[in-house]
Structure formats: C-alpha cells, structure tokens
Design a protein around this ligand. Structure first.
Ligand SMILES: N[C@@H](CCC(=O)N[C@@H](CS)C(=O)NCC(=O)O)C(=O)O
Length: 330
C-alpha cells in the first residue's frame, strides 16, 4: 500500500534527491486537483522520477535499472495536503463527498490542535482529504462527526475520531511506518507527561493574547509563559538531544508541542517591547536550537505559517466576531 504513494527513483546523490523533490513540487502544484494521476518526470540522467500517485502507478519505465523506493520521504507527500489552504466551509455548505484512498480530516487552517495531527499525518505519509471548516458558522454535518464540532476531527471507515492527542496517537498506530513514540514504556509515558506540561505554555500564551491590552494580565501571562518555556528548555538539556525524541528526527512530543512554538514569535510582533527576546533565546539555548531544527523538518515546513500571518489571524480572532479563516485561501 505504501508503495502507492511513494516515488520510484534512481538516485545518484543527495542533491539529485533534492532536485526530484523540487520537480515533484512543481508538477504537483499544477496537478493539485488530480492526485490520482500518474506523474512521470525526468530531472537528471541519473535521477528520474518514474511514478507518483496512489491509485494509478505508472509501470512503463520499469525497464530502468537500480530503482529504489523512497518510502515516507516526508517532502514527497507534501502535495497530499495542499488542500490545506482551501476556503473554510460554513453553515449551509453541502457535505463534501469522501475521496477514495484518503482520510477525511476536518481542519481550520490556523488551529494549533489540528496542526498537531496534520504534522503527524504528514510525517507518516498519510494521504489526507482536508476539509477546512468555519468554526464561527459551522456546517451542520460537522456536528454529526463530532458533537463538539471541533477540529481536528477525522472520519475513518469505523466512524469519526477527535481530540488532537488521540487522533495523533491513532494515526501513529494505524500507519505503523515511522513510529513517533519511544518503544520503551517508561520513555513513552514520560513523553505523555510532557504533553500534559504543554498547557504550561499554551495557557499563558492565550491569556496574553486575550488580555486585550490589560498590562497587569500581560505581565502575569509573560512571567508564566517564560517559566513554562524554561521547563521545556531544562527538559531538553536533561535529555541532551536535539529533539525531545532524540537526535535524528522529531517524535510525537516534538510535534505536539510545535504548533505553539511556531506561534511564539508572534509575541515579538504584538508586544515588541515587552521582553528582551534575544536574551530569552540565549537563556533557553536548547529550546532555541530545537526550534531551529524543527523549522527544517519537512512536516513542519509543509504546514508552516509565518509569524506575520499568525499575527494577522490572531488579531482578526481577538478583535472581530468573525476571524479571517480564509487569510491564506487560494
Ligand atoms: N482539546 C481539543 C481542542 C480542539 C479545539 O479547541 N479546536 C478549536 C480550534 S483551534 C475548535 O475547534 N474550536 C471550535 C469550538 O470550540 O467550537 C483538541 O486537542 O483537539
């Protein structure tokens, strides 16, 4: 099954791989409404993409020798989730029919909880059918999928599931390739404890943004936020690794924490004089190194929103009855 959305390529070097990825991106941008089509592209004489897509594999170039299947190379599944920036459906919108071979994922482009599960889906190469929903004017059918009508919600063959941590765990289990938890039960439980600790960052973060300029509330929120960030910095220093999951790649805890760390730079835009931001980076050096490494992760990059756009959205959210969900809509 996984071969269905892999890329068969003959690879000469790392730079060839990079060229393949560039090529795949440009092709798929043009073919974004046609995921099922087979794509054949040639980059260099030593490096040719032979087939792409997960319904219809193109076998016609099988005569070429020394193919390797690059399974789960994260960047290659980027096109699978390029519905991410589609318009948010609101009340009265007809229920969009399910798509074969894809997992229906109800999303809101700026939701950090949905982002958690998108990161996991992306990291594991899960083909998604993303439907963005307007959370202030919810489509009626969303309540049938999740009584709270929140995102993320996914629709599986057995029914709907929701809650970002649980959906992420489900995806990790159902798509076993590239497990995101440590095998060791103690380490896995420890990571789950740290997932609970994420609220020590998210709580004050939102209190600052919803303080509506109340200087006392902002000061209190910033103090708590810095304490929360320091906890994570200390934990990383204790582990002595680049990511919480080790030195190689992010794991579940890394992905569950990231969405708020992507949003932290918004503070500097919203409250430029409230903190010595550079000094904070030096103080929380392990966390800053982690942040930079996370920014290079293909899953993070695929779903990434810039601080400027987060800021625009958060302003629209804090000050308007109707947030600008479609800020990035194409
Ligand atoms: N605990 C939930 C929180 C999800 C959540 O609050 N999502 C927000 C968007 S960021 C939502 O759907 N809000 C709509 C509502 O509360 O009605 C999770 O982890 O999935």
């Amino acid at each position: 099954m996984f071969q269905r959305f892999g890329v068969c390529a003959r690879v000469a070097s790392a730079s060839s791989v990079a060229r393949i990825l560039v090529s795949v991106k440009s092709i798929t941008a043009n073919q974004k409404n046609n995921y099922y089509s087979s794509i054949t592209a040639h980059t260099t004489p030593t490096c040719a993409i032979r087939s792409f897509g997960f319904q219809n594999i193109n076998h016609k170039h099988r005569s070429h020798s020394s193919y390797c299947l690059i399974q789960y190379n994260k960047s290659e599944t980027e096109f699978l989730i390029n519905e991410m920036n589609s318009k948010h459906l609101s009340a009265g919108s007809p229920y969009p029919p399910l798509k074969d071979g894809k997992l229906r994922f109800y999303n809101m482009r700026f939701c950090p909880y949905a982002q958690r599960s998108l990161l996991v889906a992306y990291a594991k190469g899960v083909p998604l059918d993303i439907v963005n929903v307007d959370l202030k004017d919810k489509p009626e059918w969303l309540f049938e999928k999740n009584p709270g009508a929140k995102v993320p919600t996914i629709e599986t063959a057995q029914g709907s599931l929701y809650e970002s941590l649980l959906v992420s765990d489900y995806l990790d289990e159902v798509y076993p390739k590239g497990p995101l938890y440590p095998k060791d039960p103690f380490k896995k439980t420890l990571d789950k404890i740290w997932m609970e600790n994420i609220s020590k960052v998210t709580g004050p973060f939102y209190r600052i943004f919803f303080a509506k300029g109340d200087a006392e509330k902002i000061k209190e929120g910033l103090k708590e936020l810095l304490e929360g960030l320091e906890l994570f910095d200390k934990e990383l220093k204790k582990r002595g690794t680049l990511f919480f999951a080790g030195n190689e790649a992010p794991g579940m805890l890394d992905y569950m924490f990231w969405p708020w760390m992507e949003r932290i730079p918004v503070l500097k835009l919203a409250l430029p004089d409230a903190l010595d931001y550079e000094a904070q980076k030096v103080k929380n050096a392990a966390l800053e190194k982690w942040r930079q490494a996370m920014k290079n992760d293909p899953a993070v990059q695929a779903v990434y929103i810039s601080p400027e756009n987060h800021h625009l959205f958060m302003k629209s959210f804090a000050h308007n009855p109707k947030p600008n969900y479609d800020l990035l809509a194409e």
